[in-house]
Design a protein around this ligand. Structure first.
Ligand code: 5GP
Length: 191
């Protein structure tokens, strides 16, 4: 059995905390050991996103069928009417490649995965403040005023779960946060 068999890394954070940049950095630093876990999502693709590499974009009907068939390790309605979920088959696909799945996932979904895979490594990426989070989301330019407020309300709730993660990384400087993440992941993978 590969030493990476059944290792799994959860990266959770409120939207806009810099999670995606840290996930990309981890994948480019440890490309042989880590495989990105592609989630199913019912939202529309954003410009530049591709089916099968960013998400498996599926309809709400297909999502429901797959929930009923027990195909998800976890799933959440992350935003009103928008469903996201991690397929058992996706985790297995990555383990079969002798890599550890890296999950970019919301906070509640992350905790549900941790319950099922207690041997996983769970990292919570914390934004320095809600004000900084607001500025980052505005700068990203993907939000309407309503969706911005929705993400900020959710972020404030999500931060209350941070102590249930194995480690908290405060993303006040991206480079420092990336280094910390790499060091924690390398240490976990060699354990
Ligand atoms: P976005 O719509 O910005 O791509 O993602 C919204 C949120 O959904 C992010 O916090 C992202 O990490 C989370 N997410 C992505 N995939 C999954 C998943 O499979 N399960 C859960 N619970 N959340 C996910």
């Amino acid at each position: 059995m590969s030493p990476l068999q059944h290792k799994l890394i959860i990266i959770a954070a409120p939207s806009g905390a810099g999670k995606t940049s840290i996930v990309k950095h981890l994948l480019s630093t440890l490309p042989n050991q880590l495989g990105f876990s592609v989630s199913c999502a019912t939202r529309a693709p954003r410009a530049g996103e591709t089916h099968g590499s960013d998400y498996y974009f599926i309809t709400p009907q297909e999502f429901t069928c797959r929930v009923e068939a027990g195909e998800f390790a976890e799933w959440e309605m992350v935003y009103e009417g928008k469903f996201y979920g991690t397929l058992h088959s996706e985790l297995q696909r990555i383990w079969d490649q002798r890599q550890a799945p890296l999950l970019d996932i919301d906070v509640k979904g992350g905790l549900r995965i941790k319950e099922q895979y207690p041997q996983s490594l769970s990292l919570f990426i914390e934004p320095p403040s809600l004000e900084v989070l607001r500025e980052r989301l505005v700068a990203r330019g993907t939000e309407t005023p309503d969706s911005l407020q929705m993400r900020l309300n959710k972020a404030s709730e999500e931060c209350s779960y941070r102590n249930q993660f194995d480690h908290i990384i405060v993303n006040d400087q991206l480079e420092k946060a990336c280094k910390e993440a790499v060091s924690l992941v390398k240490d976990y993978l060699t354990r």
